[in-house]
Design a binder for this molecule. Structure first.
Ligand code: SAH
Ligand code: SF4
Ligand code: F3S
Length: 448
């Protein structure tokens, strides 16, 4: 390996898949001598890993690029150099626009081309003008990325599936990430074993449609069972799932695989069948409620999380009321909710009957108040209970250690740092909006 002689700074926006990709880009550049920089001011190369999902995604990118330009030009004024790269979903969707509006950008690369970064960096240093790579190459980037070398910490992400063929009316992902693709089971298992050998105790399998994974005939359920055979892998999670791909085998895995955590993020988007149809979701509100019932029947302690969109074109007051009804019927432990935001090129962006922004805002406030109350109730319910916590790192205050419950609630009890990477029981003493207070029960960690 080349000695670290250069500094790399990666700015990551968007979903966990971008977080995973950023780590892999750092991995691919490490053999070229790039080590992490503390900030863009110290960096010889800056990668802005972008997200296109909502709001004024492109505007946000250009304003950040403006800030980075100042740093880049200051470096050049001193006779130095800074390579500026834009990656991620905005790069994929608006590559040409980026180099036209921000000609000081050296590299624009889409999410499927990260394995070509070293070559792009070399080309950028020779060529005048930007290097753009936004095609969907025939070769699989995962086959060309180096093995994960850096210790991931006690919790690690592992991308097993990318892209999406579902084409929900509102969503850019099928355009920015391309067609659905699953990594083969052997590659996934090899990476999981490596992560565990490097210290991971929990792995979250990632994909835009992670439960559509088909890198093996048995689907995600079979993969979860194979992962559960890895000694020292204590916790398995997966995100994000689609209700349509929640099959009987996966529900059975929730019943039978103790390492599979009792927490599921299962976006429903709306509780109105009319809107769900307009969204092209391929399921009804009743389908969703039935799924939740089946999951709870086999795993009574499972907690649910979801995503919601309010104000999709054509959404009436009655449709919105149906969403509130669905939320009341389920009782979510946590959820994300968004105002519908038109994305250029998607079918919904051209649909009639847009909902007025003030009405979207009103509906969002009402939904979020209900979801907040449900989250508070879920957290309050935990008080007095003893739960196993995976400790992940130092806490905010001296003497504290941070960890997560099986339901992803953060806790920061006073404890020895030697607990990091281990699982120990804590007693929940108080509930807060987004975290719990807890005291450590056993000084010696229980066997996981
Ligand atoms: N693949 C996942 C999530 C995709 S993006 C799924 O199918 O559920 C994450 C969330 O962003 C979505 O669940 C949706 O709630 C939200 N989202 C996507 N496009 C949006 C848009 N145009 N406006 C508002 N929210 C959007
Ligand atoms: Fe987007 Fe729908 Fe695919 Fe999820 S399932 S990534 S919301 S198109
Ligand atoms: Fe955003 Fe792309 Fe992820 S649009 S949410 S970074 S797949």
């Amino acid at each position: 390996m080349t000695e670290a002689t250069k500094r790399l700074h990666v700015i990551t926006w968007g979903c966990q898949m971008n977080v995973y990709d950023s780590a892999r880009m750092q991995g691919v550049l490490a053999p070229l001598g790039y080590a992490p920089a503390a900030g863009p001011e110290e960096a010889d190369m800056v990668i802005l890993n972008t997200c296109h999902i909502r709001d004024r995604a492109a505007e946000k990118v250009f304003s950040e690029l403006g800030r980075l330009r100042v740093i880049k030009q200051a470096r050049e004024a001193e006779g130095g150099r800074m390579v500026l790269a834009v990656a991620g979903c905005v790069a994929q969707a608006e590559g040409e626009e980026i180099v036209a509006r921000a000609p000081y950008v050296d590299i624009v690369l889409g999410p499927q081309t990260y394995h070509r970064l070293p070559e792009m960096v070399a080309r950028a240093s020779r060529a005048a003008g930007a290097v753009i790579e936004t095609d969907f190459p025939a070769e699989d980037k995962f086959d060309h990325l180096p093995e994960i070398a850096a210790a991931p910490g006690p919790t690690a992400f592992l991308t097993i599936q990318e892209g999406c063929d579902k084409f929900c009316s509102f969503c850019v992902v099928p355009y920015t990430r391309g067609a659905e693709q699953s990594r083969p089971i052997d590659a996934v298992l090899a990476e999981a074993r490596r992560l565990v050998a490097l210290g991971a105790r929990e792995i979250t399998l990632l994909g835009q449609n992670v439960n559509a994974w088909h890198g093996d005939a048995g689907g995600l359920a079979a993969l979860v069972r194979r992962l559960a055979d890895i000694p020292d892998l204590a916790r398995i999670r997966y995100t994000t799932s689609h209700p349509r791909d929640m099959d009987a085998a996966l529900i059975a895995a929730h019943a039978e695989v103790p390492q599979l955590m009792p927490f599921l993020h299962l976006p429903v988007q709306s509780g109105s069948d009319r809107v769900l149809r307009a969204m092209n979701r391929g399921h009804t509100a009743a389908d969703y409620l039935r799924l939740i019932e089946r999951l709870r029947a086999v795993r009574p302690d499972i907690a649910l999380s979801s995503d919601f969109i309010v104000g999709h074109p054509g959404e009436t007051a009655a449709d919105f009321a149906a969403t509130l009804d669905l939320v009341r019927a389920v009782g979510f432990a946590q959820a994300f909710s968004f105002m519908y935001s038109p994305r250029p090129g998607t079918p919904a962006a051209a649909a009639p009957n847009p909902v007025a922004p003030s009405e979207k805002d009103r509906r969002l406030q009402e939904l979020q108040a209900l979801l907040r109350a449900q989250q508070a109730a879920f957290n309050a319910d935990c008080v007095g209970r003893v739960v196993p916590v995976l400790f992940t790192g130092p806490g905010r205050r001296d003497g504290q250690v941070s960890g997560r419950t099986p339901w992803l609630q953060p806790v920061h009890p006073t404890a020895s740092a030697s607990l990091i990477g281990r699982i120990a029981p804590v007693k929940i003493t108080a509930a807060h909006a987004n975290s719990l207070s807890a005291t450590l029960l056993a000084e010696e960690p229980a066997p996981a």
